[in-house]
Design a protein around this ligand. Structure first.
Ligand SMILES: [Zn+2]
Length: 230
């Protein structure tokens, strides 16, 4: 009995000793908060989906890593399941293609950083590229995704512009015009159409201004269904 008590005391003293308490924490608070809000890591839903969060690198329009510790893509469960379905549809048609996700659920605090990084644009112009934090982006509700198609090794297909290209060449509604004046090739448009087709088949809606952005639900419905990610 005494021996057991000694062992218990030893374990307790070790567990509160500096060896245990100074261990660096590996939990990203932003990611933890998204999990607590019910969002899911899309790679846990479908590990074949590739993820490269551009705002977690310096390769984005701000030129800075604005995501810090966020490295996984989180979405609300329903949109995540829809994305998984889009991935399955794509791979059935093209076994060597993968969805490559650039962004998903995005905290409102980061939406403000993105908004404030474009002072050169008027509010009217700016909303074409970044949703106003006052209004809230559908990304802030974990119900929108930015993505492209890549080959299995992660090489993105040619979509005619880079992700977050600010200009009309990225507008899906102007593709036939840019094809006519040879600013977009038929191949680039076909690649974009394939992305839209698989996303639509899974229930996602494309938008007029960005070939890479898709909404799982409307802003109104997102606001009524989910809490904003703070
Ligand atoms: Zn987007």
């Amino acid at each position: 009995m005494k021996k057991k008590l000694f062992l218990l005391t030893l374990i307790l003293s070790l567990s509160t000793s500096p060896i245990f308490t100074t261990k660096p924490t590996l939990v990203c608070e932003y990611e933890q908060r998204m999990r607590e809000q019910g969002l899911v890591n899309i790679q846990e839903i479908n590990p074949s989906i590739l993820v490269e969060l551009k705002y977690s690198t310096t390769d984005n329009f701000v030129g800075k890593d604005v995501y810090g510790c966020i490295s996984q893509c989180f979405l609300q469960r329903k949109p995540a399941e829809m994305l998984s379905k889009a991935s399955d549809i794509l791979q059935r048609k093209h076994p060597n293609y993968r969805l490559l996700v650039y962004d998903g659920g995005r905290p409102l605090s980061i939406q403000k950083i993105l908004w404030n990084s474009l002072p050169q644009y008027s509010t009217r112009e700016r909303v074409k590229y970044v949703a106003s934090p006052a209004e809230g982006s559908i990304h802030n509700y974990g119900s929108a995704v930015d993505l492209t198609i890549a080959t299995t090794d992660g090489t993105p297909l040619d979509m005619g512009t880079k992700y977050d290209y600010f200009g009309e060449l990225a507008y899906p509604k102007k593709e036939s015009y840019f094809l006519k004046i040879n600013k977009l090739s038929q191949k680039q448009i076909t690649n974009r159409q394939l992305l839209r087709s698989v996303m639509r088949s899974a229930g996602y809606m494309p938008i007029d201004y960005e070939w890479w952005h898709f909404n799982a639900i409307s802003r109104q419905k997102a606001k009524a269904t989910y809490h904003i990610i703070p």
